[in-house]
Ligand binder design. Structure first.
Ligand SMILES: C[S@@+](CC[C@H](N)C(=O)[O-])C[C@H]1O[C@@H](n2cnc3c(N)ncnc32)[C@H](O)[C@@H]1O
Length: 219
């Protein structure tokens, strides 16, 4: 088992669920609004990669007519996600699926929107993962993949709370949401031949927005 997978075993999943429902709670509606506002995609299928406790999936479902698939490879995360989805009364709109981002159990060209927050920093092979994402995305579809805390005010408050909880978090977060990391992902997107994408790096975090062109496939 990879170190990333071990991190989200029983204890790690419980910890992430607790943080997502408390310290991080205000960021998810803000991120969902940003995703839906920027993409303009309100219906169809949305896949949330590395969905964890599914709080972003819930916020997206609440703000749109999208059907959401929350995909994660951790069984313990699924337990938390399932409880949270049920509590939100969204069991008919959000499905939970066990799967790895590097080999996704989805047909080609099947998702209107692919989103992910705070997960790609743990992926073993970003080239394979993004080839998969592009394969699954429908022509005309969009991604919103990265990490962040909504806006400057929320980010600063959360950073203070998280550093208090765990001083090592500061370095981990700074490394993830950095120019160097953005350049690493940019190089990867160019290497796999994604024709149309934008990288956002600012107060809202670090986000990769891919628009799949109507012509489809990668070279
Ligand atoms: C920091 S948590 C973020 C959870 C959620 N997206 C959020 O923002 O609240 C990272 C999640 O990514 C999942 N994950 C990491 N690598 C994965 C992979 N290769 N395939 C599927 N899930 C993965 C972990 O199990 C964990 O639930």
């Amino acid at each position: 088992m990879s170190d990333a997978k071990k991190k989200y075993g029983t204890k790690g999943a419980r910890n992430m669920d607790e943080i997502a429902r408390t310290i991080f709670a205000p960021i998810y509606p803000v991120i969902a609004e940003m995703i839906i506002g920027m993409s303009g995609i309100m219906k169809g299928t949305c896949i949330d990669l590395g969905s964890g406790p599914a709080i972003l999936s819930i916020a997206v479902a609440q703000q749109s007519d999208l059907s959401v698939i929350a995909l994660d490879y951790s069984d313990d995360m699924h337990k938390a996600a399932s409880r949270n989805i049920e509590d939100a009364g969204l069991s008919s709109r959000i499905g939970i699926l066990c799967g790895d981002v590097h080999a996704m159990p989805f047909d080609d060209d099947s998702a209107d929107l692919i989103i992910s927050r705070g997960s790609m920093f743990f992926w073993d092979d970003i080239h394979t993962a993004f080839r998969e994402i592009y394969r699954v995305l429908k022509p005309g579809g969009m991604t919103y993949i990265g990490g962040g805390f909504g806006n400057k005010e929320l980010r600063d408050g959360i950073a203070a709370a998280m550093i208090k909880k765990n001083p090592e978090w500061k370095e981990f977060n700074q490394k993830n949401i950095s120019l160097e990391n953005a350049e690493r992902f940019q190089t990867m997107l160019n290497e796999i031949g994604v024709p149309k994408y934008k990288i956002m790096l600012g107060d809202e975090g670090f986000w990769i927005v891919i628009s799949k062109t109507e012509t489809g496939a990668l070279a």
